[in-house]
Design a protein around this ligand. Sequence first.
Ligand code: KG4
Ligand code: ZN
Length: 351
Amino acid sequence: MIVLGLESSCDETAAAVVENGTRVHASIVASQNDIHAEYAGVVPELASRAHVERVLPVVRQALGEAGLGLGMVDAIAVGHRPGLIGCLLVGVAAAKALAWSLDKPLIGVDHVHAHLYAGELGQPAADAASLFPALGLVVSGGHTSVYEVTSWTSLRRLGATIDDAMGEAYDKAAAILGLPFPGGPNLDRLAREHAGGERIALPVSRLGHDSLDFSFSGLKTALLYAVKGVPGERVPQTPPALDDARRRVLAASFQHAACEAVRLKLTRAIEQSASRGMRFRRLLVGGGVTANTRLREVLGEVAAAHALTMRLPALDVCVDNAAMIAGLGCELLRAGERSDLSLLAVPTTSA
Ligand code: KG4
Ligand code: ZN
C-alpha cells in the first residue's frame, strides 16, 4: 500500500510517500525557520500563509522524488491534530481535495502518536508480538508525554507535562543563555562541547512520588537564577559572568537535569506497569528532542536496563515530517480505520 502523507501542524510543510508503512520513497520537509527566526518563535498567521504556498509544491516534489504519479497512490494520510488550527486546516483541506479527486481513502492521524512511529521508518516491519505492549515517549516543542501502547490504534497516556514541553524548555533555556534560534539544537551543541566537564546542580523534577507527569518550569527558573542571580536574596550574590565557558557549564547542567527527569519518569512507568502485570517489550520514542545527544544516550540506558528493544528514530524523522504520518496512517488503514470528508482539524491531541 502506497500512502501519501501530509503534515502542516506547526512550521514545517511536509509531504512523504511511504510504502507498506516503513519503506520511505520520499520525505520532503519545507522548513519555515527563515520566516520565524526574527520573532524567535512561530507566528501562527505567517505559518498558515506559508503552508498555503508550499503544500502543493512539497506534494509534487515528494511524488517526483518517489518517481510515482498521483494515480499510483493508494491512500492519503494527514496530520489533523494537534497543532495550530490555521496550519492544520491547510493540510487537512489539501488531503481532502486529493482523496476526493482521486477517490482514494483518507485517514486523519494524530501528530503526537505519529512521532512514536518514527523509529519504524526505514526498518524491517515489526510484528505486533515483538512491539506491544510498548512504552511510548514523545518529547517535542509542544508535547512531553508518556504512553502505554497496546497497538497502533490503542494508546493510553500515562503522564504529560504540567507546564512547559521539554523542547519548549530547551528553547527558553537557550534564550536565557543568549543562544540563537533554534535554541534546542544550539544548547545541545554547547553541552556536547562540555561533555564530562564540571556541572552545577540544577533540580530534577519528581512531582508526587508516583507521578508520571513532567515539569520543566522549576529547572528553567533555576537556570535563570544561575545566570542573573536570585531576586530578593538577603545577601545578594553576583553570578559569574555569562561568558562562553560559563554558557557551556550551564548548558551541560541544564541538559543533564532535563534528561534525568526523563530517565526517572520512564523508570517509574516501567516499574508501575510491571506491578500491574504489564511487561513492556519496546520503548517507542519520538519528537524533536529525541535528536538530543544526551537524551539518546539516556534512552539507550533505560532500554538496556529494562531489556526493552528500541529503534531510535533517524535524526531527520525526530523533528516534524510527513513520513511518520504516512507510516502510522498505513497502520491505521490496515486496522480498518478510515476518515471521511467531514474530518476536522483539531487543536488538541486525542489522548
Ligand atoms: O517535534 P518537533 O519538530 O516539533 C513539535 O512537534 O513540537 O520538535 C521541535 C523541538 C524544538 O523545541 C527544538 O528545540 C527541539 O525539538 N529540538 C531539540 C534538539 N533538536 C530539536 N532539543 C534539544 N536538543 C536537540 N538536539
Ligand atoms: Zn511534532
